[in-house]
Design a protein around this ligand. Structure first.
Ligand code: ATP
Ligand code: MG
Ligand code: MG
Length: 348
C-alpha cells in the first residue's frame, strides 16, 4: 500500500495511523517531539522542527498524501511538501489557526460567534471590557488548546495586573449557554458530506471531560442550523476530510465557538459507537475512497477523557463489557494532560 503522511504526533495521529493500517496504508509521522506516541504505531517517523524545509521535503517524498492531526502547524514551511497533496487544504489551516480569522470567516457565512474584540494593548483591553462587558474570556488568537492561553475575566478588576504574553489576543463575551455540542462531518473528495450524531460535551477547566450521544432535545433542535453552517464552511474551503465545529446551545440558538480542521476529541466515541469512525472516514476521504456510514451503532454512547494522573482501576473498568478503554501510552501524566479515554456503550 501507499503511505499517508501525518503532521503531528499525538493521540489523534495515533488513532489515524491505526485506522490507516486497517485499510492497508502505512503512515509516516512528522513531529518535533522525541516521544511521539503516534510514531510508535507507524512505519516511519521524522523528528524535525516545523520549519525544517529539507526534512519536510524528505518526509513528503515518502507520502502519497499528507494530512494533519494538529492545526497549529506553521503554514509557510508546508510549501516544502511540493506536489504532494495536503488535505484538508492549507486554507482550512490558515482560517482555523487564528481565532479572529475563524470568527470573521464564519460570520461571512451567516454564523454567530460570541461578541468579540481584538486586544493588542492594555488600552484595547479596557476598550473591549467597556464595549463587551464582563464576564468574558481573553484568549490568545493562536496556538491555544485545552483551555491554554485563556484568562477568565469575571469583573473589570480581574483585568488589572494580568501577566499577558506579547502576542495578539481576543476578548470574547461569556456566552450563557444551556449546553455545548460539536458538529463533526466528513467531506469526501467528491463533495459528499456525512455527519455523525452530535455529542453533548461537558468541559472542566477548559478541557473536554465528557461527550454523550444522543445529545439533549435542546441540542437536537439546533442541529439543522448548526449543520447547515458546518456544511457551508466545508464547501467554502473545498474541504476534504473530517471537520469539527464547536457550538454553545443557547436559548437564542447555536452560537459558534471554534472550528478544528481535523478529527476531534468529541468524536472519539465513533470508534465503537458509530458504524464508521471519524478516523476511518478521514483516511477514506484523503485517499479518495467512498465514505463509510456514520450512523450511531448503539442506543447511547458516553466517552470520558482520562486526564492527568488520577488513579484509575483499569481491570475494574475492563471487566465491564460496556466499557472500551483507550490508553495513549504517554509516559508522563502532567496535570491536565489527556492520557486516554473510556467509551461506554449502551446497546439497543
Ligand atoms: P480545544 O481546542 O481543546 O477545544 P480551546 O483551548 O481552543 O480548546 P475553547 O474551545 O476556546 O478552548 O474554550 C474551552 C471551553 O471554555 C469551551 O468549550 C467552553 O466550555 C469555555 N468557553 C470558551 N469560550 C467561551 C465563551 N465565550 N463563553 C462561555 N464559555 C466559553
Ligand atoms: Mg480550540
Ligand atoms: Mg474548544
Amino acid at each position: 500500500g501507499e503511505t499517508i503522511g501525518i503532521l503531528g504526533g499525538g493521540q489523534l495521529g495515533r488513532m489515524l495511523a491505526m485506522a490507516a493500517a486497517q485499510l492497508g496504508y502505512r503512515s509516516h509521522v512528522y513531529a518535533p517531539e522525541p516521544d511521539s506516541i503516534a510514531a510508535e504505531v507507524c512505519g516511519g517517523f521524522t523528528r524535525a522542527e516545523w520549519d525544517d524545509a529539507e526534512a519536510m521535503a524528505r518526509f513528503a517524498a515518502d507520502c502519497a498524501v499528507v494530512t494533519y492531526e494538529f492545526e497549529n502547524v506553521p503554514v509557510p514551511p508546508l510549501a516544502a511538501l511540493g506536489t504532494v497533496p495536503l488535505l484538508a487544504h492549507p486554507r482550512a489551516l490558515e482560517t482555523a489557526q487564528d481565532r479572529l480569522n475563524e470568527k470573521r470567516f464564519v460570520e461571512t457565512l451567516g454564523g454567530k460567534p460570541a461578541p468579540y474584540a481584538t486586544v493588542d494593548s492594555t488600552e484595547d483591553l479596557a476598550a473591549a471590557l467597556a464595549t463587551i462587558g464582563t464576564p468574558g474570556i481573553l484568549k490568545t488568537r493562536r496556538d491555544g488548546y485545552d483551555g491554554k492561553g485563556q484568562w477568565r475575566i469575571m469583573t473589570p478588576a480581574d483585568a488589572h495586573g494580568l501577566d499577558l504574553p506579547d502576542v495578539p489576543l481576543i476578548y470574547e463575551g461569556f456566552v450563557t449557554f444551556e449546553a455545548e455540542f460539536s458538529v463533526i462531518l466528513c467531506r469526501g473528495a467528491d463533495g459528499d458530506i456525512r455527519y455523525w450524531d452530535s455529542a453533548e460535551n461537558v468541559h472542566k477547566g477548559g478541557i473536554l471531560a465528557l461527550s454523550t450521544v444522543p445529545a439533549s432535545a435542546l441540542i437536537q433542535d439546533q442541529l439543522a442550523h448548526a449543520r447547515a453552517l458546518a456544511r457551508q464552511v466545508a464547501d467554502a474551503l473545498d474541504y476534504v476530510g473530517v471537520l469539527t465545529l464547536e457550538f454553545f446551545a443557547t436559548a437564542d440558538g447555536p452560537v459558534f465557538n471554534e472550528m478544528a480542521p481535523r478529527v476531534h476529541n468529541s468524536g472519539h466515541w465513533t470508534i465503537e459507537g458509530a458504524v464508521t469512525s471519524q478516523f476511518e472516514n478521514h483516511v477514506r476521504a484523503i485517499c479518495g475512497l467512498p465514505l463509510g456510514d456514520t450512523a450511531l451503532a448503539a442506543q447511547r454512547v458516553e466517552m470520558r477523557n482520562v486526564i492527568g494522573d488520577a488513579a484509575e482501576d483499569w481491570p475494574k473498568i475492563l471487566s465491564d463489557p460496556a466499557n472500551h478503554l483507550h490508553l495513549y501510552g504517554k509516559a508522563a501524566a502532567r496535570p491536565g494532560r489527556k492520557m486516554g479515554h473510556v467509551t461506554r456503550l449502551t446497546l439497543c
